[in-house]
Write a protein that binds this ligand. Structure first.
Ligand SMILES: NC(=O)c1ccc[n+]([C@@H]2O[C@H](COP(=O)([O-])OP(=O)(O)OC[C@H]3O[C@@H](n4cnc5c(N)ncnc54)[C@H](OP(=O)(O)O)[C@@H]3O)[C@@H](O)[C@H]2O)c1
Length: 337
């Protein structure tokens, strides 16, 4: 075990996207686990749009305080454990920190399921937060059924790429909205989406109207912002909008949802947060593993090496049309595969 622990410390709350000013990589003391905690060596760090929200304001967790090592979802190996059932050497995935070493409790931490020969990063690109959100969002919240028209935004991102494939497995007609020709080609040519719309280069409303004159049954909204109203004005009678994320609003507060079209089409709008559905993760992981093992579900990770490159990579999440596809990860331990 190395004796050096580096971590990204939040030195101020953000103003816009000034991440370089507010996050500083520092050498930190080795954390000491409390009686209900374990010390975890970080292998991979999951970069999530929600991390930005956690810095900005209280959400479903408190705002990250200034002077704290930035919080994040970490895949790591237990070094020392004061938690019954967790032993040194165990692989865990859970709520930790942007650091070489972090502390985890049992809240929001799980042992990594049997990966069945998949690479280690599948614990974050397929299982856990991304896969769990896609699974719960499509099956429990949207209740997608065969024959329905399913539109997903952020479609080449980690949640969107899985959500679209899961909807396709239910027998839906699936349309992904993404920000580059390469991403759109990946969705249709490799993931099996029926259509892809490049929102940076095409008129999304015109494409949806031409493809589906009877409207969209389900909109899985990963981004919020202006796209929400565009798709909302093309909903079918009694359609459902599932609000999964609103990352577009960080940079552009934009218009609120136009309730007129929601009313006229009797559309149901429902937000959800995965933390309310952790009891579904076991079922989600089993289903995801089965689909992946039989080649019916693909997952991809874009891996950036080095804890020191975290902030540069994090910026990509908020750059529409940035090149990453699937799950954006930082490999902290170079020997992790
Ligand atoms: N509700 C929950 O429990 C839960 C759990 C996990 C994640 N989420 C949310 O789900 C969403 C997706 O997360 P993720 O992990 O899949 O992120 P991700 O991998 O970064 O994918 C999101 C994609 O959205 C696109 N995007 C970024 N800004 C956009 C904008 N202004 N307009 C349109 N598209 C934009 C980007 O690709 P292109 O622009 O290049 O297409 C980006 O890659 C986020 O909002 C996240 O906060 C919610």
């Amino acid at each position: 075990m190395s004796s050096v622990n580096r971590g990204w410390v939040l030195v101020a709350h953000p103003r816009g996207d000034n991440f370089d000013e507010i996050l500083k990589l520092q050498v930190l003391p080795m954390p000491e686990p409390a009686p209900d905690q374990m010390l975890v060596r970080s292998l991979y760090l999951s970069l999530d749009p929600a991390n930005r929200g956690w810095m900005m304001m209280p959400t479903y967790i408190p705002q990250v305080p200034v002077g704290t090592t930035m919080w994040g979802f970490v895949l790591g190996r237990v070094e020392r454990s004061n938690v019954p059932g967790f032993a040194p050497g165990d692989l865990v995935s859970g709520f930790g920190a942007w650091a070489d070493y972090c502390l985890m409790g049992t809240d929001m931490t799980n042992k990594v399921p049997d990966l069945g020969g998949l690479p280690l990063y599948a614990a974050q690109s397929l299982f856990g937060l991304s896969g769990g959100t896609a699974y719960v969002g499509v099956l429990d919240v949207a209740r997608a059924k065969a024959g329905e028209v399913f539109v997903v935004s952020g479609a080449a991102g980690s949640v969107g790429s899985l959500a679209g494939q899961i909807a396709k497995l239910q027998g839906c007609t699936v349309i992904g909205i993404a920000g580059s020709p390469e991403k759109c080609a990946w969705l249709t040519d490799e993931l099996g989406f029926d259509h892809a719309v490049d929102y940076q280069r095409e008129d999304v409303g015109a494409r949806l109207g031409a493809l589906f004159p009877n409207g969209v049954d389900i909109y899985f909204d990963n981004v919020g912002g202006p796209l929400t109203n565009t798709v909302a004005s093309h909903m079918a009678l009694r359609g459902r909008i599932v609000l999964c994320g609103s990352m577009a609003k960080f940079d552009n507060p934009g218009p609120e949802l136009d309730l007129g079209s929601i009313l006229l089409n009797r559309v149901t709008v429902q937000g959800f947060i995965l933390i309310d559905h952790f009891d579904r993760l076991e079922a989600a992981n089993a289903a995801l593993a089965g689909w992946a093992a039989t080649g019916r579900l693909q997952h991809k990770a874009d891996i950036v090496d080095g804890l020191e490159n975290t902030v540069g990579a994090f910026r990509k999440l908020f750059t529409p049309g940035a090149t990453h596809m699937g799950k954006l990860l930082v490999r902290i331990d170079p020997s992790a595969n």
